[in-house]
Design a protein around this ligand. Sequence first.
Ligand code: HEM
Length: 389
Amino acid sequence: MSEIDFTAGGFPGQRYHDLLDELRARAPVVPVRFGGEPAWLITRHAALERALRDSERFPQGPAYRRHTEPPIGRSFISMDEPEHQIYRRLATPTFRPIAVARADRGPMIELAHELIDVFEDEPVVDLMEGFARRFPLAIICSMLGIPREAERDFQRWANGLLSFPFDPEGARRAGQEFTTYLEPLVRERRRAPRGDVLSQLLLAEVEGRRLTDDEVLSHIRLLFPTGAETTSSAIGSLLYALLVDAERWKHAVEKPGSREDSIEELLRWESPVAITPRVSASEPIEFEGVQIPADAWVLFCYAAANRDPRAYRDPHRFDPTRDPGHLLTFGPGARQCPGMHIARKELAVTLDVFCERLPKMRLVDEAASRPTGTVLRRPDSLRVELRRR
Ligand code: HEM
């Protein structure tokens, strides 16, 4: 068994991918550790695609009941079918492709400019702090119907809510504090609904009954961190991937038509969600010739699958011209990310606004900007010199 514990974090830049190369070369499923416990890591693209669609051997509910329900409460992510689909449909109409395509880009662009206005006159700025952590949080708040007033607390809660496997106490505390903040808002929206997700949830019905306040709160506690943390990681890694090579950045600035391909390649090259943990079925199973005991951690490793040489030629190369093939980053199957359309739109707006407004910016410290982490992956900081014309 590899002694690597995948809750440990760290592994900046290529170091993580070298580790995954080594594990993938050994087998499609390798024993590792997760939170000190034995776990099985799926390393290859074809195996992961099969596992994602196999809810018999890898049911989704149990893992989320272990690591998401304690701080977030009971929401569709931890439910089994058919309940999962019923609640998911109710909670996510605002995130569907047509709704996202119809939503005006104007307010998103304005928000991006507003955040850049704050640091535009600084010679050097950390774009994780100044932009990547703020932009998706502000967008998800406005979609959910939460005012942006307590941004620092929001960042802490969003981060805390997803940290249960690493810091259970911190995650529970974040859940409680966020709930205390949300309760008066829920009462207010019950009195006067608006067009936001909070109001939609309050008006939604399952089998002829309205959702309870607890159910509404759990869904807000789910959508808030999943909407903010993942996309902020993607924004940080996208800016890193382009700025790390001056020619690549210049190309993005000069050829707006290339930006969408750069976004798709980033989603392959540095999956913001590197791993989602599952718990195997309640009977021992065999998968890809490997025996996995009942109720064991199984780590779905998008980061390893997305750089599998069996699926992508020269997989460590960032190459926006490549065919992204079957991109697994948002997880195909019944659990496919409902936020993928809004995330792509946020990435597109970010790139357009930075390329147009700050085309000459450059990385100050490449090594310190490398995406890092074993589960969620992103730069800790992304310091750039702005160098306006
Ligand atoms: C680049 C950004 C994002 C990435 C890489 C990402 C990735 C993923 C992945 C891999 C899954 C599948 C998890 C599994 O199979 O267990 C997932 C599910 C989910 N994502 Fe995202 N996500 C992103 C953005 C968002 C956004 C913006 C939202 C906000 C609505 C969101 C909300 C969710 C939810 C609620 C689920 C659970 C789906 C279910 O159980 O039916 N994600 N995401």
